[in-house]
Ligand binder design. Sequence first.
Ligand code: KIV
Length: 291
Amino acid sequence: MTDTTPRTPYGTLPAAAPLPPRKPISLPRLQEMRERGEKIAMLTAYDATFAAVADAAGVDCLLVGDSLGMVCQGRPSTVGVSLQEMCYHTESVVRGLRRVQGTVWVIGDLPFGSYQESREQAVRSAAALMQAGAHMVKLEGGGWTVETVRFLVERGIPVCAHLGLTPQTVHAIGGYRVQGRNDAEAQQLRRDALALQDAGATMLVLEMVPAALAAEITQQLPRCHTIGIGSGNGTAGQVLVMHDMLGIHLGKTPKFVRNFMDGAASVRDAMAAYVAAVKAGTFPDNTAHAW
Ligand code: KIV
């Protein structure tokens, strides 16, 4: 029998059942997954080794999130992260993926200050992330971002939007708290989500939004795949900050996080358990919510 255990130049990745080879994730493949009801399993990643392990564990998408400002750089928020740093980490992740299956869809986060000034600035910043190896860029906010999203998509740059709790504007929204709890906020989220889909966004992170609202928005967006974080299990996929799901935190653990290292023999097993739980719809559990 052929040994399909993933190998890196540094040795064999932590033991686990070898994965069957899979097709690279692309936008049409994400749409197919959506249409047959297969949930999208996403994690954040910031370096080559963890990216390779996530690939070997069957993670569909990796977000090189500006959360690296907190988990890698020890900052109090994501606000201080630069575009140059995001490109550096994106390149590292992509190099790691090339060592294994290389099938993962990579999303590069546009950091604070790299897209707010003008649509042209957004294109320049997005191009830098794409040249670093990202397949898609993510930006935060509704309203004013809609025209920026349209401008990027028209220029061939796939876009993931991000609504609800938007960490780059934590100072403006009054802290890390659930969004969309009252009628006015919920209406605004619905309007923004539809406008972002119309502008061409093909993915939308919904962070700390009540589960019922996130599920309703998901139903309204057949062409834009909602990825929940602290937003219940009615979204098209889930994302967690990798350090959170491995149970390693510098600060407080958000209530919606599950430690997948509990009972796992390796990081790869923990990530594979996360993928399995997302696909089966058993993570998140709507009772362990944040709202
Ligand atoms: O930066 C990040 O990791 C994110 C996720 C929390 C969605 O935006």
